[in-house]
Design a protein around this ligand. Sequence first.
Ligand code: NDP
Length: 450
Amino acid sequence: MIEKILANLEKSNCATDNIFLQAVSEVLTSLEPIVKSDPRYEQYAILERLVSPDRIIQFKIQWLDDNNTININNGYRIQFNNALGPYKGGLRFHPSVTTGVLKFLAFEQIFKNSLTGLPIGGAKGGSDFDPKGKSDFEIMKFCHAFMRELHSYIGARVDVPAGDIGVGSREIGYLFGEYKHITHNYDGVLSGKPYAFGGSLMRPQATGYGVVYFAREMLKEELQESLEGKVCTVSGAGNVALHTIEKLQQLGAIVVTCSDSDGTVYDSNGINLSLLRQLKDEGKRHSLEEYIQQIPTAQYTKKADYPKDAHAVWQYPCFAAFPCATQNELTLNDAQKLIENGCVAVVEGANMPTLPDAIEWLQREGVLFSPGKASNAGGVAVSEFEMSQNASMEKWDFDKVDRKLDELMRQIYKRVALTAKEYGVERNFVDGANIAAFKRVAEAMLLEGV
Ligand code: NDP
């Protein structure tokens, strides 16, 4: 049955949707044991319905840059599945954005959101707009133009977008401002808002901190190990990477790398986080080369000087690796190098950063591997906390959100590990996550009917 669904999907999707097919194939393969165990899934065509988005909204965004030149970009919102609650998932502004990329991200989001145990469905959106080199005014004008097209499709009980690559609290602020302007509605229609008007404390930190809480729990339960004093490698230098590095350092780990689209920094003394923030925090886009100008003992490797199927950031010895930049950034070559250098755990902060053959290799060699849909779910969880605070007009303090996040990440780990055990694939957290997430969504779909 699963082969037939994948073959049909391949026929009905175009070649640029490869990454979506990669994500669906990984999930459906995992689901084989559970699908066989309950005939209702086939009878009610749950898998066929699950792999097809509810709707794909595409629009044109027209905006004026600082020279008053007209610019045109494509905008999208993919509302994939709302069996468990309102559609929920980030907006990505990056030139690589296509419907294929967003379908993959929205599909993964259904499972991630289900794993949190919270009442949220799966969606994703964004634009091929490139924020790099744009002035603050241009970002504002683009966000306003984007919201003019999007506003009629979203709502606090309908679809609640958040941030992702290229969309931080500044962009969410501009998007919210325009939404309010058009609709006269002051409700929680977006999450990741600045704290000054409805944002939750800890939302900026949530994904990265959650990744580390998950890693801490997994290492403790599986290997009776802690992160204290351990060398870790992190890729990326954006929101998720910065907060993963911050929490790892707070727990006593020594983080020796970070990276961006152009290159990698290796600092054997541990990444200087305040310097990194000066270069990259809050949408700043300085080159990482400036890091070694300030700390000459560190090394910088240009991406262009590196082979295509390997990444400098994974060539350094580490106890645990945290890919936190983007999809498909950890290849089979990288996985083999990590193992050769003694890495015991790979914990995904980004969405699908590890290629399928690399995952297989890591698992076969006994490396603990956590898929992003489990380990990076802290971001969307705190987004849901923000929705709760907005709906009840409450403001929770930092410690309360932090405690709830820590507890939720532990629960996700337990849910994933126990499910893997129950279905005879102990320590396979990919299968455990997919099966546990699927069960909840499928049950809701069965109860709601066609
Ligand atoms: P940011 O835009 O803040 O940062 C992305 C980082 O990745 C930047 O340092 C960027 O470098 C780097 N990067 C992007 N493309 C590449 C590439 N092709 N090669 C190497 N580096 C690259 O995004 P986030 O930190 O928010 O998101 C990172 C990942 O985490 C994404 O996969 C996202 O979907 C996922 N995620 C994010 C959540 C959130 O709450 N923000 C929640 C859950 C998952 P440069 O600036 O040079 O492009």
